[in-house]
Design a protein around this ligand. Structure first.
Ligand code: ADP
Ligand code: MG
Length: 662
């Protein structure tokens, strides 16, 4: 059985299972093997109850000492609990919604319980632990699943695939692999899916990640701009001219960034610049300067935004600021007719400033060339996508990447292939510090009354939820249910989420101030700018990442009124929320985020075997990425580098390469 064979050639995988796996984008044996464990249960070294501390995870081998008793049994809801002991201490086990296992746990029987521990009033507890027979030992992998496939069947499928697969001979040389700790493919996959111990799994994980990053580094290198770009002259004079059009005085940092860009684009060497600035630092006008400069020189520039809402916002701004300079827009909701018309205008040269979403990637630029390409919030796009935007290759294109993710400069150099960095380290004048509070569920009603009062004074508010609709498996507030709760109290509320039609109209009404409150999902996360909005509520804030919380909070505090951010938290106040409450410094928060990610999951969240980066996380694995770039320059192994380049070129031409930096 080859790695490229269809999954149905694996013993035990029939047409039905194959259809379910296809939903996870798993089609071949190789795809299945790239469904890497998201974590392991390590039963090889059970811990004693007495050594378990709050939030520890681990396995405990213990006997049932008090039989199960019902705590709740009503309709679909059931809870029972029992006590176990390993002679060091007693631990209570609570099982939710599995009534059929009530009779399974008998006093005197021994099991291994694996999961996360809570310590409540000095009592060690586990909720819904994984339960194994005492004879089970070793390391048990846990996989991403899809409805209809259980952990047990996923383990069986992958186990059978491992046993039956024929492994290709590695194309990398033994010497290269040994020097940098890359394992042969076969060993890699056995160790990741069936590790003998945790260090085995770690070594395999490092190896898989390093292979991905070698390819990533090469692809980034191949796709980045080389060649000869068109000179766009004007320099400082052009900057002053542009500043004269602005309705405000730019910050010193904005002016500096514009001048740096002006100097870059005046050369024939393509600009490769990263514009970093915390939320609200005013990156957009800096980008518009580059577009203005290009348009004045009669050249085309493109700005790609990650969402429709943001695209329209940029378009409105550009049209207002630069009337009669050939400003056009293309988004997912543009009709075929509009698209065809735009294509004609692109060909005739009438379009100077083009703003769009992902819709720009599908052929509108075929055979055409932009002089300047700007991507907003770059972490949403991949290198290959930028190349599509350029109409094929990045040769001779000036690029500007804007990012609100404040990553350290050294890391930025690697991630963005030696880009020079401009930093907006100054917020526009008159910005208010945002007052951030952590709000318990018990105080939610008070909070919404507070919001109502502020709305009565003419202000506006956002409320962001982690879910669109209620989900029985996820205990979190959904936007749909919050909308029902809130609309009685604040009638001028609208709902906005990924599936809402007419997102732009809803956003427009919010901008105009017709709508006072917007209940939404994270669609408002990136870039949305409504200065009159002063309150941001984040429901189940514990479910969001630090960087995301910081981004969300950045939607308020944009005008000159006092602004608030309320982090509504389900359970005990997490340390993470305190970090957000106590700091508004994006760099500090990003560093904390990095620390926490580093210790967190074993393997990245990305599930698709089709992405070039499946196991790697560019931020978490920054050091390995740095190593990968060095490896490609290792003179001793030029033939390995050449092989990786060949593979990278194949990936690029197959067009299947997509990278998302999150
Ligand atoms: P971000 O860096 O988060 O993308 P934006 O470019 O969206 O920030 O700018 C945030 C808001 O601040 C916008 O309303 C913009 O018009 C405004 N703004 C930008 N620069 C200045 C400035 N120097 N003075 C006052 N307001 C500014
Ligand atoms: Mg922005």
């Amino acid at each position: 059985m080859k790695l490229t064979d269809h999954v149905t050639s694996i013993k035990g995988v029939g047409a039905k299972a194959a259809a379910l796996l296809a939903k996870m984008q798993i089609e071949t044996v190789g795809d299945l093997l790239m469904n890497l464990p998201m974590r392991y249960a390590d039963l090889s070294m059970p811990k004693s109850i007495i050594e378990m501390e709050e939030s520890d995870t681990g396995a405990v081998k213990a006997r049932v000492v008090k039989p199960p008793r019902w705590i709740k049994r009503a309709g679909k809801m059931s809870i029972f609990s029992f006590e176990v002991s390993d002679m060091t201490e007693v631990m209570s086990i609570t099982i939710f919604n599995m009534p059929y296992s009530f009779t399974k746990f008998k006093v005197g029987e021994e099991y291994v319980f694996e999961g996360r521990v809570r310590v409540f009033r000095n009592q060690v507890q586990m909720q819904n632990p994984n339960v194994y027979k005492p004879g089970d030992n070793g390391i048990i992998p846990y996989y991403h699943l899809t409805a209809g496939i259980s952990q047990a069947s996923m383990r069986k499928f992958i186990g059978n695939a491992l046993d039956e697969a024929e492994w290709d001979v590695d194309d990398l040389s033994r010497g290269f692999m040994r020097k940098y700790g890359i394992l042969p493919k076969e060993q890699e996959f056995f160790a990741i899916h069936r590790p003998a111990d945790m260090s085995d799994a770690e070594a395999a994980k490092r190896s898989i990640i390093l292979r991905e990053l070698l390819l990533y580094a090469k692809i980034t290198d191949l796709l980045s701009s080389g060649g000869v770009a068109e000179k766009i002259s004007g320099g400082k004079k052009l900057v002053s001219e542009f500043i004269g059009k602005l309705p405000f005085t730019p910050t010193g940092a904005q002016k500096r960034a514009m001048e740096e860009i002006a100097a870059d684009i005046a050369k024939t060497e393509p600009m490769n610049r990263l514009l970093q600035g915390d939320v609200g630092s005013g990156k957009t006008v800096v980008a518009l300067f580059a577009m203005y400069a290009a348009a004045k020189a009669g050249k085309l520039s493109i700005l790609m935004a990650p969402t429709q809402i943001l695209c329209e916002q940029h378009y409105e701004n550009a049209k207002k600021l630069l009337p009669e300079m050939g400003v056009y827009m293309l988004s997912g909701s543009s009709t075929k007719k509009e698209r065809d018309l735009l294509r004609e205008k692109l060909i005739s040269g009438e379009v100077r400033i083009l703003i769009g979403t992902h819709a720009l990637l599908y052929g509108i630029m075929d055979g055409l060339k932009a002089a300047v390409i700007i991507t907003d919030e770059q972490h949403r796009f991949g290198v290959a996508q930028r190349a599509a935007l350029a109409g094929g290759g990045m040769d001779g294109v000036h690029t500007l990447i804007m990012s609100a993710t404040p990553i350290p400069r050294t890391l930025a150099l690697i991630l963005y292939n030696k880009a020079t960095v401009s930093i907006l380290d100054e917020l526009p004048k008159g910005r208010q510090k945002i007052k951030t509070h952590i709000v318990s569920q018990a105080k939610r009603a008070d909070m919404y009354r507070f919001i109502k009062e502020h709305i009565a004074m003419g202000e506006q508010a956002y409320a962001v939820c982690p879910l669109i609709e209620d989900n029985p498996d996820i205990n979190a507030k959904s936007a749909v249910s919050l909308m029902e709760d809130v609309v009685g109290l604040i009638p001028e509320t609208e709902l906005l989420h990924g599936l809402t039609p007419n997102k732009a109209e809803i956003m427009q009404r919010f901008k105009n101030g017709e709508t006072k409150m917007l209940v939404s999902t994270t669609v408002v996360e990136v870039g949305v700018d409504v200065p009159n909005a002063t309150i941001m509520v984040i429901e189940n804030a514990e479910r969001f990442g630090l960087a995301q919380l910081h981004q969300l909070r950045g939607r308020v505090g944009r005008g000159n009124k006092e602004s608030f951010c309320f982090l509504v938290s389900g359970g005990k106040t997490a340390e993470r929320l305190k970090i957000i409450r106590d700091s508004t410094d994006g760099f500090y928060i990003a560093e904390k985020d990095l620390e926490m990610r580093g210790s967190g999951d074993l393997i990245g969240q990305r599930q698709s075997g089709k992405d070039a980066l499946c196991a790697a996380d560019l931020i978490r694995d920054a050091e390995l990425l740095q190593l990968a770039t060095k490896m490609l320059e290792d003179g001793e192994f030029a033939s390995d580098a050449a092989f990786i380049e060949k593979e990278a070129r194949e990936k690029i031409s197959s067009g299947e390469f997509g990278v998302v930096l999150n």
